[in-house]
Design a binder for this molecule. Structure first.
Ligand code: ADP
Ligand code: ZN
Ligand code: ZN
Length: 741
C-alpha cells in the first residue's frame, strides 16, 4: 500500500503530494490525517508530513519509492473531515495545502498531560486497623495519621492530603512498600471554564422565538441540514434561541460549535451557556495556554464536552458528531482571517457543515450583505425576531448636523444638543456612553500651511500623536518625538486636529467635572483582563460616562445606560474600501442598541458632517432593509460583493522596482488566461497600506460574477509563478472578497 503525503514545508514548489510506501506493520495504525516522519530530499532528512490519501498502486517506479519512517512522535493527527475541509480552503482561498492543514490543525504538538496523583488503599479495613495499632504502638505518628484518613476513604488526592496532614513522601513510600497503599497517576484535562452548572429557570419563549425554534427543529428531525440567518434586533433573544437549538442537537448525541467575536467572549457570555449545559461547555481563545488549548481539543475529540465556544478558529474543533455551528454577530470583520489561507469563517462553516451533515445558524442584528442577499436568493432560510424579548423599546435616535454647530460658533466635538442631554442624564444619575471610532490622543499630525502629514518611514501610514509627546506607528510600533516645525515648509503651524478618545476623555472631564469618566480603547486595554475590569466597573456604576472606541458598542448590556453619543459618525465612511458604508451602518445600529436596555427608554445622538448619507439616515431609523436596498444598488453597479466576487492578488517584495515589474507581468498574464470578457481587471494599485515593515505591497483586483472563474485564474497564476524564476522574490497572496478590519 502507498500513502500520499503532504510534507511540512511551506514552499510553493513543494505544494503537492509525495508518494511513500506504507510499511506492513503500520498499515493498521495509519489513517487520512495521520502525522508521519518520512525521508525527504537529497540527504533523506526526516521530515514531518500528513497523510492525505492512500493508493494500491504508485505512479512511480516501485523500486525507487521510499517508505514511511514512523508515526511522528508527539504530534496530533487531523480528523479526516478536517483534511477535506483544508483541501476546500486551499482551493477557495489560495495558499499551499500545508498552510491549509495547519489552519485546521488546532494544536501544534502534543502537550504534556496534567497529572494528578492519587493514593489508593489496597488493604481491607480490618487489616488496615491492625496496621494502625502497630504504627501507634511504635509511635509512628505520621504513618498513623495517613492511615486513619485512608481507612475513612479509599482514595485521596496525594498533594492535598500530604499537605493537609504534614506527611512526607517517605512516609507514603513506607506504606507503599508494606503494600498498604499504591500511588496512582491519573491524567486530568485542564479546564479553563471555572464554573458550576447551577442550572436556571426555564424561560417562556416569545412567539417569534418559538417560531424560529420550531422551524429549526422540524428541519432537524427530518435530517434537513440547512443554513439559517437569525436576524433579530439587539436584545431580541437570539442567544436564547441558539441555546434551544443546541439543546435539540445535543439531545440526539451531537455537538455544537458557537462562534463569537473574540471580544465578546466574556465571562457573562460563557456563564449563560454553562447554566444550561453545565460542565459540558468549553471555550477556546488566544488567552489559553498551549496546554489548555490542547486539552480542550482532546476533550472535544473524546466526547467529554458538547459545546465549544470560541472565536474564528474554534470552527475547527474536532467533534466526532458535529451537528450545529452557530455564528453570532456574523457580520463582524474579525471572522475573516488575515493569514493565508485568508478564509471567511462564514463560508468555511457552511462547507464544514456540508461535509459533516450539520446545520449552520448565522445570527445578527445587522446582517452582512452576503447573508441577507443569501436569504433573498433562497440559499439561506431567514428566521426573524423583530421585537425585544423583555418588552423594551428601541432607542430614539436623532442626527445632529455638525456643520450647523460650526456655523453657530460651537467648535467643540460635542454638539449643543448632546451636551444638554449629557447634563440631563448626569442629573438623573443615569449612565452615558460616548463612542468615537479612533484611538490615540489626537489622531495624526499635519501642517496647516502646506498639508504635510507626518508618516512612519517604514509603513507609509500617518503616525498617531499620543500623550507625552510621542508619535507612534500603529503597524510597526515605530516612535518619534512630536515635532513643532514642519519639516517640509518650516511653518510652525503643525498640529493635530482630529480628536482621539484620550482627548474626548479630557474634554468631558473638564466640561463635566462632577462626572466619573472611564475610557476604553486599545491603550487602556493592553493588559490582561483590563477590558473586563473597565466593563465591570462601568456596570457597577462606578462611573457615569464611558468613552471609547468600537469596543464599547459590541454587545454589552448596561441597563442604566440611557444615552449613547456617536461623536464622529463619518470617520468610518472615509475608509477606502467598498464595505465602508456597511460598517458604518452596523456600528451606528449597535451604538444605538446600547441605549435603554433597562426599564428606562434610551436615546442615541449621532453627530455627523454628512447627515444626508443613506447609511446614517437608515441607521437613525434602524431600517436595515432600506439600507440593504440602497447598498446593494451600489454593489451591483460597481460589481462588488455580494453581487459579484472580487479577488485581490497581493504582491509583496522588498524590491520596489522588481515588484512593479512583477505586477505588470502578472496583469498581462491574468488578462491572457482570464479571456472571459466579463472578467474585470483593476490595478495594480498600492493598497491602503503600501509598505509594512520595509516590504512593499501592490495589489491587483479581479472581478467576476462567478467565483469559479476567479478560482481558475488563481490556479493558473499559482502554476505560472511556480515555474517563473522572476517571481521567486515576490510573495503572492490571494484574498477573495476582502474584508478590511
Ligand atoms: P440577543 O442575543 O438577541 O441580544 P439575548 O438572548 O441576550 O438577546 O436576550 C436579551 C435579554 O433578554 C437577556 O437577558 C435574555 O436572558 C432575555 N430574554 C431572552 N428571551 C427571553 C424570554 N423569552 N423571556 C424572558 N427573557 C428573555
Ligand atoms: Zn508645512
Ligand atoms: Zn511603521
Amino acid at each position: 500500500m502507498y500513502a500520499k503525503i503532504i510534507i511540512d514545508i511551506t514552499h510553493e514548489k513543494l505544494d503537492r503530494t509525495f508518494e511513500y510506501e506504507v510499511p506492513k506493520d503500520m498499515e493498521d495504525g495509519l489513517a487520512i490525517g495521520s502525522s508521519v516522519l518520512v525521508p525527504f530530499g537529497n540527504q533523506d532528512r526526516l521530515r514531518q508530513g500528513f497523510v492525505v490519501g492512500f493508493a494500491k498502486e504508485c505512479s512511480f517506479d516501485p523500486e525507487k519509492i521510499k517508505a514511511i519512517h514512523s508515526k511522528a512522535p508527539k504530534s496530533v493527527s487531523i480528523e479526516e473531515n478536517l483534511v477535506s475541509l483544508a483541501a476546500w480552503m486551499k482551493e477557495h482561498y489560495g495558499g499551499t495545502m500545508i498552510q491549509a492543514l495547519k489552519t485546521v490543525w488546532p494544536v501544534k504538538k502534543e502537550e504534556r498531560p496534567k497529572e494528578k496523583r492519587m493514593i489508593h488503599r489496597t488493604v481491607s479495613v480490618e487489616e488496615g486497623r491492625k496496621w494502625l495499632s502497630f504504627f501507634q504502638r511504635k509511635n509512628q505518628k505520621a504513618r498513623a495519621r495517613l492511615l486513619e484518613v485512608l481507612l475513612k476513604s479509599e482514595d485521596v488526592d496525594y498533594g492535598w492530603i500530604t499537605r493537609k496532614l504534614g506527611v512526607t513522601a517517605q512516609v507514603v513510600r513506607a506504606l507503599e512498600e508494606k503494600k498498604i497503599l499504591t500511588v496512582e497517576r491519573e491524567t486530568v484535562f485542564r479546564n479553563p471554564v471555572r464554573a458550576s452548572g447551577a442550572g436556571r429557570a426555564r424561560i417562556t419563549y416569545t412567539e417569534e422565538q418559538q417560531e424560529a425554534i420550531r422551524i429549526f427543529q422540524e428541519d432537524y428531525e427530518r435530517a434537513r441540514f440547512d443554513t439559517y440567518l437569525l436576524y433579530g434586533v439587539t436584545g431580541s433573544g437570539k442567544t436564547e434561541v441558539y441555546m434551544e437549538m443546541i439543546r435539540t442537537v445535543v439531545s440526539v448525541g451531537r455537538q455544537a460549535i458557537v462562534l463569537i467575536p473574540e471580544i465578546a467572549l466574556t465571562y457573562q457570555t460563557v456563564m449563560r451557556f454553562v447554566q444550561v449545559f453545565g460542565n459540558r461547555v468549553s471555550i477556546m481563545n488566544s488567552r489559553l495556554s498551549a496546554g489548555e488549548r490542547y486539552d480542550q481539543m482532546m476533550r472535544a475529540r473524546s466526547g467529554e464536552i458538547d459545546v465549544m465556544i470560541g472565536p474564528r478558529s474554534a470552527l475547527f474543533t474536532p467533534f466526532e458528531h458535529l451537528g450545529l455551528i452557530v455564528m453570532d454577530e456574523e457580520h463582524e470583520a474579525t471572522y475573516k482571517s488575515e493569514q493565508v489561507p485568508r478564509y471567511h469563517a462564514r463560508e468555511t462553516a457552511i462547507e464544514r457543515a456540508r461535509i459533516e451533515g450539520a446545520s449552520v445558524v448565522l445570527g445578527s442584528a445587522t446582517p452582512s450583505l452576503e447573508a441577507f442577499a443569501g436569504c433573498k436568493k433562497g440559499t439561506y432560510r431567514l428566521l426573524r425576531l423583530t421585537k425585544r424579548a423583555k418588552e423594551q423599546q428601541m432607542a430614539q435616535v436623532s442626527v445632529v448636523d455638525m456643520r450647523d454647530e460650526l456655523k453657530n460658533g460651537n467648535r467643540s466635538i460635542i454638539s449643543d444638543a448632546l451636551r444638554g442631554k449629557i447634563y440631563d442624564r448626569l442629573e438623573k444619575k443615569e449612565q452615558i456612553m460616548l463612542f468615537l471610532n479612533r484611538r490615540g490622543f489626537a489622531g495624526f499630525l499635519s501642517c496647516r500651511s502646506c498639508g504635510y502629514v507626518v508618516k512612519c518611514p517604514h509603513c507609509d501610514v500617518s503616525l498617531s500623536w499620543h500623550k507625552g509627546g510621542r508619535m507612534v506607528c500603529h503597524y510597526c510600533g515605530y516612535e518619534e518625538k512630536v515635532i513643532s516645525v514642519c519639516p517640509s515648509c518650516g511653518s510652525p503651524h503643525i498640529g493635530a486636529f482630529k480628536a482621539g478618545t484620550q482627548q474626548v476623555e479630557e474634554l468631558i472631564k473638564k466640561e463635566f467635572p462632577q462626572a466619573g469618566v472611564l475610557r476604553m480603547d486599545l491603550d487602556t486595554t493592553r493588559e490582561k483582563e483590563s477590558y473586563e475590569k473597565i466593563l465591570s466597573a462601568f456596570a457597577d456604576q462606578e462611573a457615569d460616562i464611558l468613552v471609547g472606541t468600537q469596543m464599547i458598542v459590541k454587545g454589552h448590556d448596561f441597563p442604566n445606560v440611557t444615552l449613547v453619543g456617536v461623536l464622529a459618525a463619518d470617520l468610518s465612511l472615509y475608509m477606502s474600501d467598498f464595505r465602508a458604508a456597511e460598517r458604518t451602518f452596523a456600528l451606528l445600529c449597535q451604538a444605538a442598541g446600547r441605549a435603554g436596555r433597562g426599564s428606562v427608554p434610551g436615546e442615541a445622538v449621532i453627530q455627523s458632517y454628512h447627515p444626508e448619507h443613506y447609511s446614517i439616515q437608515t441607521a437613525a431609523r434602524q431600517d436595515y432593509e432600506a439600507f440593504f436596498e440602497q447598498e446593494m444598488k451600489f454593489r451591483s453597479l460597481m460589481g462588488y460583493p455580494p453581487s459579484a466576487h472580487l479577488m485581490a492578488i497581493l504582491m509583496i517584495s522588498e524590491d520596489e522596482a522588481l515588484l512593479e515589474k512583477g505586477a505588470y507581468y502578472l496583469k498581462i498574464f491574468a488578462k491572457a488566461v482570464g479571456s472571459d470578457p466579463k472578467l474585470e481587471l483593476i490595478g495594480p494599485a498600492s493598497p491602503a497600506v503600501a509598505k509594512i515593515r520595509d516590504l512593499y505591497r501592490k495589489a491587483l483586483y479581479l472581478k467576476h460574477e462567478d467565483y469559479q472563474v476567479l478560482i481558475a485564474v488563481k490556479n493558473k497564476i499559482e502554476q505560472y509563478i511556480e515555474i517563473n524564476e522572476g517571481f521567486s522574490r515576490i510573495r503572492i497572496q490571494f484574498d477573495f472578497d476582502p474584508v478590511q478590519a
